[in-house]
Design a protein around this ligand. Structure first.
Ligand code: COA
Length: 167
């Protein structure tokens, strides 16, 4: 990680790591699909440890799931101190990529995934679960948004760190 990747606090920008992760996801998904792919969703991003200038960052990526045109790539980010060899797992995220036909620009079918090991099967099954949970979460979030009644819910703000103006 070079100094120009750092923020004012001297740590590596989250955006730099996200960009590297997106590139790894692209390489992994397009290699499987043998076509170009686009990033549709990232589930989810949480940087639990800062990454320092001078650390060696490794990204481990694998295609965990394929649907018809979509692929889910799991990316594990590891930051290593070159001096001590100490390794820190900073985050793991799951990128949903969609394969596109270059001529029509429409989603196109990707080859099935060969599950060679128990770990491959576990990752595929976990991806299915994550998809299901994500769908339920999105439905719940949409319901919560539509049922939000600002006037009625104002008492919920008592104790929160906000100051009510003339609403
Ligand atoms: C990705 C894209 C082609 C999907 O278009 P769409 O009209 O929803 O197409 P479909 O309904 O056929 O969905 C295609 C696949 O994407 C998946 N998908 C669509 N939206 C999704 C989302 N928000 N999250 C996860 N997967 C999604 C569908 O489940 C489907 O998967 P499957 O083929 O394996 O069953 C379209 O949204 C797109 O081009 N987005 C822009 C992508 C981009 O430019 N990314 C770079 C970011 S700047």
């Amino acid at each position: 990680m070079i100094p120009s990747y750092a923020n004012f606090g001297g740590k590596i920008h989250g955006g730099i790591l996200l960009s590297l992760m997106d590139k790894a996801a692209y390489a992994c998904a397009s290699k499987h699909a043998s076509t170009y792919v686009v990033t549709v969703a990232v589930d989810h991003v949480e940087f639990l440890q800062p990454v320092e200038v001078g650390q060696l960052v490794s990204l481990l990526a694998s295609v965990n799931y394929v649907g018809k045109s979509s692929l889910i790539v799991g990316i594990k980010v590891i930051a290593e101190s070159i001096k001590t060899g100490e390794k820190v797992h900073t985050n793991t995220s799951y990128f949903t990529m969609v394969a596109k036909d270059e001529e029509t620009n429409q989603p196109t079918l990707v080859p099935p995934l060969l599950l060679e090991t128990r770990e491959d099967a576990r990752r595929f099954l976990e991806a299915l679960k994550r998809k299901e949970i994500r769908k339920a979460y999105q439905n719940e979030l949409n319901n919560a948004k539509t049922s939000l009644a600002v006037e009625e819910d104002l008492p919920l703000l008592a104790g929160e760190r906000c100051v009510l103006g003339t609403i």
